[in-house]
Design a protein around this ligand. Structure first.
Ligand code: C5P
Length: 208
């Protein structure tokens, strides 16, 4: 039995007390993968941004809001985990300045300077010992090339490639690529069915 960390859902970066930027993500795929891992007999800890779904009852769920909080929560459990699946859509930018009060409309345009937030998968890869890492990548254009660049940059063992049509959808189509760029699986269906098959590949390739 392994202990598996799953990042799930979007994160939010506030620019004032009520407004934020975020990414599109329902948390459904993270939830489905958590269930698949539990059904396969593993312990699951899900670090999740704000979502409207029920995660499996037997999963440990750590709710977070921002990308920085997600990284901190993940680092807190990483040593006790055997591997991680990055399914979250963390917001990659945050406003440089966060207003204390609600920004009032003036009739003028408003410029917001953004800087990058930390990359959670890459951050965990930096401090990993023997843990395995699987990331999801949502790509358009030259999808395989981009996915492989992400796999390298984030030091992943496998990368699961999907397209923008997966966002908020109940169905999805994914390809699982290994470090050699081989497509190990091409899976289509409801997210729970896809999750089971993706988890099968992870089990065969990475879990002893
Ligand atoms: O956003 P991007 O396409 O780079 O996401 C690819 C993978 O990296 C996903 O698994 C996502 O969860 C992860 N990621 C992350 N931290 C970020 C951005 C993405 O862990 N700040």
């Amino acid at each position: 039995m392994s202990r598996i960390l799953i990042t799930s859902g979007p994160t939010r970066q506030y620019l004032d007390p009520v407004r934020y930027i975020s990414n599109g993500s329902s948390g459904r795929m993270g939830c489905a993968l958590g269930q698949a891992a539990i059904d396969a007999g593993h312990d699951v800890v899900i670090v999740s941004g704000p979502v409207n779904i029920e995660y499996p009852q037997t999963a440990e769920v750590i709710p977070v809001v921002s990308t920085e909080e997600m990284l901190e929560a993940c680092l807190g459990v990483w040593n006790d985990c055997d591997g991680m699946i990055g399914v979250a859509a963390p917001c990659d930018y945050r406003p440089v300045d966060v207003a204390k009060g609600k920004i009032t409309k003036t009739g003028d345009s408003l410029s917001i300077k953004l800087i990058e937030t930390p990359d959670i998968v890459a951050g965990l890869a930096e401090v990993k010992t023997s843990q395995w890492i699987v990331a999801f990548a949502l790509e358009t254009g030259d999808r395989h090339l981009r996915a492989m660049q992400k796999l390298e940059r984030k030091k992943c063992d496998l990368i699961v490639l999907n397209g923008p049509e997966a966002m908020f959808a109940s169905k999805t189509r994914v390809e699982v690529l290994n470090r050699d760029g081989q497509v190990l699986a091409d899976i289509e269906g409801d997210k729970p069915q896809v999750a089971v098959k993706v988890f099968d590949v992870i089990s065969q390739q990475l879990i002893r």
